[in-house]
Write a protein that binds this ligand. Sequence first.
Ligand code: NDP
Length: 249
Amino acid sequence: MKSILITGCNRGLGLGMIKVLVGLGNNQPAHIFATCRNKDKAVELLALAQQHSNLHVIELDVTDFSKQQDVLFKDISDVVKDQGLNVLVNNAGIAAKFTRLGLLKPEQMTDHFLVNVTAPLMLTKTMLPLLKKASEANSAAPLGSSRAAIVNVSSIMGSIEDNTQGGFHPYRCSKAALNAATRSLSIDLKGDKIIATAMHPGWVKTDMGGSNAPLEVGAATAGIIQFIQSLGEAHNGGFFEYTGKAIKW
Ligand code: NDP
């Protein structure tokens, strides 16, 4: 892949993915676009950008839809030009704790849907012209990340089949909805040779995953980037763990 955009790169898996990408040496993408909500707080990310001129840091709250179009799209277009954008990783997300039914508040549901479902879908819509350009510019390449791909960072918690514990209503419902959106995108964009896949990144030690998670950020994100590089037609419209193992909906 020549270019990739990842949201939510201030910390956690987003920052981890950026670290893996800039560590790829000669194999790193020509352009890595990393968004964060507040540059003043993104100290580590900005330090990386100072060392790697191909890393572009752009401020974005993913729920700011006019900024997606007016700033992010424009900034990326100016850099990639006719080559377009190969990969969009919708990573930014929120997760409330267990959220028993008795304590559930309506705004928890709407907040999770806004950040975890509406924002990735609208960002996909915004970036579509650039994804199409990349797909056309690389028409000799196989389907996948060297052509054009959307990776929606989902969660096993969005699997209805896997849910034996209950609770987590806002998070589970939002990730299940993101999965549904991913399947629709895979069908909608098939003709453009753009693939869309939902990926569970593993249970990882981040602010969201917590300290009991078995996976370190470095190991998980190395696997996630390998998964993105290995994407092909078989992944279109599917739900996978970062190891490549298929997950039941
Ligand atoms: P963290 O809580 O560590 O980081 C979340 C990131 O999302 C932060 O960079 C945060 O920005 C950003 N973010 C949240 N809301 C917005 C917003 N409105 N606009 C822009 N950015 C926003 O989470 P993880 O890194 O662990 O999670 C990343 C993704 O992986 C999420 O989609 C999550 O659901 C998924 N996931 C994680 C698992 C885990 O075990 N860690 C397991 C399964 C899925 P800021 O720093 O400014 O707050």
